[in-house]
Design a protein around this ligand. Sequence first.
Ligand SMILES: Cc1ncc(COP(=O)(O)O)c(C=O)c1O
Length: 399
Amino acid sequence: MDPKLASIIEQVKVDIITPTQQRDNAKQQEEVSRSFISDTITVPTKEMFAYAVQASVGDDVYNEPSTIALEAHIAELTGKEAALFVSSGTMGNQLAIRTHLQQPPNSIICDVRAHINKYEAGGAAIHSGALQNALTPKNGHHLTLKDIEPHVVFGTDVHSAPTRIICLENTLNGTIMPQSDIIEIADFALKNGILMHLDGARLWHAAVETRTPIDELCAPFDSVSLCFSKGLGAPVGTCLVGPKAFIQKARWFRKIFGGGMRQTGVLAGSVAYALSHNFPLLPRVHALAKRLQAGLEELQVGILSPAETCMVFYDPSTIGVEYWEIIDRAAALPKPISLTGSRLVVHIQTSHEAVEDFLSLIRTLKEEKVQAGIVPSPVDSDGMRNVYVRATRPSTPTR
Ligand SMILES: Cc1ncc(COP(=O)(O)O)c(C=O)c1O
């Protein structure tokens, strides 16, 4: 071979598998079983990959049979005409907003705590030129028509940006939106020519907990985005569902956004495995989250948002303990536990042992505070609190 070419080939080569990869992966899986940080951290299993590699090997921008089969299944499951496999939940939501909205000025309504409002980097303004009208639910749990109606912008007043989409999220912070309230909002939207989008990243959990079929949960919406890489434990992927013409247009925007993927069969295969084998694990997940809540309540720890599905938000100041103390002590356990702040997320790979170890750590900390004569903070009962609190350490005094 031409020595110059041989040298370039050598430069390009890489081996990313470490000599201890299998052991590292097993360690990662063990860490994941003791992490309450998120459900996005679940690791794909050998069984999942063994199934996934049998999938077709086409190019999804043209025609990828296994991906098309998955999209057809999700369309049927959700009771919609068509589905589009996309790379992430953010992509699903942003594509939906972009595809629904046409000529500005436009605005969308969503919950102030919604992923679309807080964690998509202002994407609706960037991609779709839409104003986000983010509302706080008066009941402290979920938006109702009473919250939404006074904020809907109608008419042709040139000072305003008309409301085009109401975007809801179910579950939100692990809490379930009552279907009767969703239907009331959807009826209002339909009468007023407003579209309805659902961020259903964790709609799976609502289906399991309320025993409601997925198509019934999706029925009030023009479009729904459902994630596979959170509660269901697939490595990648979300499906956006809706009418055929909407999905055709969304496919176009997906390409514009740079989200047209190629050999997605192996991803679709992983998702199919997750739907068949991981979805049935969610009742155990919810039971573990409820066990966490019950254990915390027994210790008089404040609950900021209850474990309706896979999350519980807690406030340890009621026993005189701060988040950062818990984080540090949990990280120093012989078998460490990973935490961020108020949010505890349980997932399909969470171990029962991790839940009990976490509760016994809280018990120990409480006993230490009692012995040290620490007086707990009074419970903050001011209106609707921000339940998602990240731990902050007291700053070291500087001279
Ligand atoms: C409710 C909700 N919607 C959307 C997303 C975005 O998903 P992704 O991280 O795949 O973009 C998340 C992410 O955790 C989420 O929790």
